[in-house]
Design a protein around this ligand. Sequence first.
Ligand code: NAP
Length: 306
Amino acid sequence: MSQKTILVTAANGNVGSSLARRLLDQGFKVNALVRNTASTSARDLERHGANIFQGDYDDIKSLENASRGIWGVFINAFPIRGTLDELRHNTNVIKVAKEAGAKFGIYMSAILTQYKDELPDLNPQHERYHYWESKYGTEEALQAAGFDYWTILRPGTFISNFFGPLSSFAWPTFQKQHLLISPVPPSGTIPLVDPDYIADYAAAAFAEPNTFNGLAIDLANEDITLKDFGKLITDNTGIQITVNHVSKEDAVAHGIPASFAVWFGWIKMTNYHTDYERLDQLPVKRTTVTEFLKKNKNSITAFLSA
Ligand SMILES: NC(=O)c1ccc[n+]([C@@H]2O[C@H](COP(=O)([O-])OP(=O)(O)OC[C@H]3O[C@@H](n4cnc5c(N)ncnc54)[C@H](OP(=O)(O)O)[C@@H]3O)[C@@H](O)[C@H]2O)c1
């Protein structure tokens, strides 16, 4: 059993909490960095055996505390619109972890980051400029940090976005009207990913550093049309989901953020498709969107019935 210690940042979050549990189950020690130590998630992790560290990415002392004796670090700061805070936060984590002697850094980035310089109109006035600069800059900082091992995971769209706090922002007619309005053409696919699957990858990488060292991996469970996704939700919950494809202008009039159409335009422009052949060669079992829906059936049904 390994007794290496991993610092998991954003350990109260979707991926961090899932990863921390996996690492503990695999026999790692986990230092879980959270802001809110009283959260249900932090208390669950503590019961599971994690060492909980209260901290903030701007509080270097708190990062130093949480980094003492670590072998690996999971880097996952949060984008803050219109700022490069995410880049500064991630850089702080990387620097402190390296100084503490960490050998392995894993960063959760996002798909399309590698195309940052090809995305049209991505000037400092663009609303997504800071997002991509932060993701790209962190990928560069990780590779330059001098860790013995590094891995970059670039997930697509979290399936959980549809059923949590982000839903009302991205899909304002979904929770109450069970209607997905989309500016994406009917044939357009979205790379959907289960946060637990990302955690599976990060946990596998920490367990097998030589296999994952130096890899940047686009991650999704399935590239799927919205109609097919709506049907899967209906099949799994019995709740009828309707999908309407409309023009960009109509979507915006229905409250869909304009950035969604822009993001999909970039998916098309870069001809992005998840490379499942490559994923299936790596030693992590790929799960399906249906498995996510089954696993979360109760909470999804409650969300759509609220
Ligand atoms: N959602 C998607 O579709 C998607 C797709 C690709 C990439 N991503 C990336 O995934 C990341 C989010 O991951 P996630 O969904 O696992 O996280 P999450 O559930 O959104 O949680 C974010 C966590 O960050 C912590 N946090 C925020 N600001 C902090 C600070 N200043 N110092 C310390 N901790 C701080 C919060 O801690 P407390 O709870 O303790 O306050 C919170 O638990 C983002 O970088 C996002 O861009 C998301």
